[in-house]
Design a protein around this ligand. Sequence first.
Ligand SMILES: Nc1ncnc2c1ncn2[C@@H]1O[C@H](COP(=O)(O)OP(=O)(O)OP(=O)(O)O)[C@@H](O)[C@H]1O
Ligand SMILES: [Mg+2]
Length: 475
Amino acid sequence: MLPEKKQVLVADDEANLRRVLSAILTRDGYEVHAVEDGKEALEFLQNHHLDLVITDLRMPNLDGMALLREVQAMDLQLPVIVLTAHGTVDNAVEALKLGAIDYLTKPFDQTEIRNVVRKALRTRDLSQADAPIEPSALTRSSPGARYGIIGRSPKILEVYSILDRVADSPTTVLITGESGTGKELVARALHENSSRKDKPFIKVNCAAIPKDLMESELFGHERGAFTHAISSKPGRFELADKGTLFLDEVGELTLEMQSKLLRVLQESEFERVGGIKTIRVNVRLVAATNRDLKKEIAQGTFREDLFYRLNVVPIPLPALRERSTDIPLLVDFFLTKFNQRLKKQVTGLSPGALARLVSYSWPGNIRELENVLERAVLFADGSIIQEDNLSQEVRASREVKPASPAIEVGHVDGSSDGLKEKVKAAASRIERELIIRALDQTSGNVTHAARLLKISRKGLQLKMKELGLREREEG
Ligand SMILES: Nc1ncnc2c1ncn2[C@@H]1O[C@H](COP(=O)(O)OP(=O)(O)OP(=O)(O)O)[C@@H](O)[C@H]1O
Ligand SMILES: [Mg+2]
């Protein structure tokens, strides 16, 4: 069982700082472990469950940046906050680029550290970072491979074509879509495929940051700007200079913050909170929301003028149920991923299980599919995922969506016979698709395709016959 209190590791060579941090965080109900250098920190985190690491950058043995690299390499999904000395923003930017969730400039005060810790833990609860995985052959052949996006349905192909056109332009982009449809993935793809890719990609989750901290988060503050501002701090706009600023959940901004953001978009300049110097930055803005901003405008909770400023290029992402033909490809992608991560050897799904996946409505979209498959891979006894390994919701799905013509069968009457028919039809449709794809990829070579599909050559030939697929003529 996991310990009840959130576990925080503090790594700093200054005893005083360790003591102060431990005292503050212990009082806030965290369990704090303190170590003196990076090497000790690494040893500790290899042997204990942790929720957060706070590390100084300059330390003996192993410095904070190296520690951060190690944590990222271990793929622990563990947030790291770095402590930087006053006036070393470059280090902070470097750390954020390496995956640190936030940073604190020394000296800082109690409220500041509390806020940053609270935010980091909350952000972590809201998102799950992802480590690169070795893609399978099928995945590599996905037309969106260059963007790290899986899918070849017409709806997702549209997304690629917008990306092709706008990735390397400074234009502001608004990504919309239901939860879990890949908004963040697309935002990162925009950055990675632009000439800004070596510059920072800075993400602000507008839903995770307390309202009263938002302005200073975005624009920074000068020392003394408010009670707890005991040193000055640049905001995310400054950190993102020459790079990309990703405003996630932009619909959560208050009207007041919306006005401030609008001004930056109009004039490309702003001041830090409590500052008088005007700061100009060169930032490409990408925003995302799962809210219907048009509706919010009608209700008076979102500024229309800001909407038009953000919506220069809209990228609406389709819900998974609108592109269920991508499910087999996504399944392949996630099986590869979880086999690697969980050290399992699951090769596929039973026809019944596949049919369930295709007929389910996926309110949580790809993230939900990902979670369902992770669980299924974990629980699968042999090499094949069975219906039993799927979540309750998915197993309970009975409707076949009219949106996917390929699995429509004669009568939709809900009787068990009708259901069986539908399940069968869905299963063979997926089988057919997987087989066509494998053949595609091996230029029709049945032996190679069979190997790819991990079935025997004979089995494949039989299946092909069953599904009415002809073998390529030799020669
Ligand atoms: N087309 C895709 N191919 C592969 N993985 C995808 C795809 N779309 C989304 N994912 C994965 O699904 C998960 C959810 O994606 P992401 O976080 O980008 O969604 P989101 O729209 O930002 O969701 P939310 O609104 O909940 O923040 C991530 O793990 C992402 O890598
Ligand atoms: Mg998101």
